[in-house]
Design a protein around this ligand. Sequence first.
Ligand code: ADP
Ligand code: GLC
Length: 495
Amino acid sequence: MRAEAVGGDTGVMGPLHILSVASEVFPLIKTGGLADVAGALPAALRPHGVEMRTLVPGYPAVLERLGDPQTVATFDDLMDDRARVLQGSAAGLDLLVLDAPHLFGRPGNPYLTPDGEDWPDNGLRFGGLARVAAEIARGRIDSYRPDVVHGHDWQAAMVPAYLRQASGEAPPFVLTVHNLAFQGRFPRALLPALGLPDDAFALDGVEYYGDIGFLKAGVLMADRVTTVSPSYAAEIASEGGGMGLGGLLQGRGEDLIGILNGLDVEVWNPATDPLIAQTYDAATPARRAANKAALQARFGLDPRADAPLFGVVSRLTSQKGLDLLLAALPTLLEMGAQLALLGAGEPSLEAGFRAAAEVAPGHIGCVIGYDEALAHQIQAGCDALLVPSRFEPCGLTQLSALRYGAVPVVARTGGLADTVVDANPMALSAGVATGVQFSPVEQAPFERALHQVAALYRDKPTWARLQANAMATDVSWNASAARYAALYRQLAAQP
Ligand code: ADP
Ligand code: GLC
């Protein structure tokens, strides 16, 4: 495994054309960080001579915003019905939209029914996406031939399985694993409906513990597998962290690459953010006070400038470790701290935080739901952002926190370990700390971290230094976009 892409310009001239395949893309449709990454990469890559076009499913939210759509390909039978590919743009993105109403003409969450269950035909829906991507890779659209195809997560991981079904040259395929916990596993019986022959169901094919494994197929067949931080790359290639794919990932050796995510620093910029009460920058951190006051008002918290205010912006799932926070709320209250939490997910966690807010109004506030503006307001107004994840491939909220001067308090895992400099004694004396890390992800270490934050918060000069260091951290895409560009160039140059 290598920590980053090696090999720079390998002699391929002119802009590179990359087809990105993603099941969500900000700002059109988003459930999490995958959308942020797919939405930010094209602009980040442009200065590196890379032109990225993104293939996304034609959900209603995407079709509504697609400007100047042109039909560039039609399919008489894509998973049992007609479909077409529309080319157009929206929000500055160069898009190919798979308009297949039988697969994607459903509003709301891209993967779940209104009752919160996986759509029963998710295999066909995203198999269809991958199948069309493979057709485009092979030149199905006149005058468009990508040099490399870059697919994100299990929803795009079947592209090479479809590419294998035809002979002749196909462009290289890069798979990015954003989260190994989501693998796209479906019953064997789906094989014919996916349009795959019997012999695709093999150890060196799509077979995965007796089922069909979308992510497995991608991990096995992609020319390179990237994931979103170097530490997560190491974790998933270990027996304990591989979630069933550890051996296969280990087997990819040098072809498994960790490239850290960046943040869209235009979308997340406290100096210009139209969604927050008061803009500010590294030279004017005192102006955050107005945002803290606004946040306290929004969450019904006591208007206390001196109370440490913790923030959370998160999916509420066991990955995110917020059950630890729920259990730590008595400690938090004893410390005289406050909490503003925004999140949605598992009903038990939603109910837990709702109940806590009812028991301790003025101290604990929660908003259950998804709210982009409020996410910005929490980053701008809280003193410290909590990310106690059990595992975290990269994590983006701690990056926004750094940029907004909200000191991140994170579990030492995956991308959290790679992006936050822990306020240990040496880092403090060297003046380089940007946040607090704790490990292992258990109750006692987490609560110790909360106490540590409260103590640091009372030490005003040290806190100011932490905040300044956080805001000075380069969380942009600059370095990582260069790595992706180098990787694409290297692959495109290979015979
Ligand atoms: P993941 O993709 O695992 O959910 P990330 O930290 O990579 O975690 O990305 C989460 C993204 O989703 C961030 O942009 C964050 O601001 C956003 N987000 C998460 N939950 C909410 C919510 N309830 N409301 C608004 N934005 C949210
Ligand atoms: C996934 C991961 C998260 C990562 C995001 C974008 O949702 O859970 O850690 O930041 O993808 O890569």
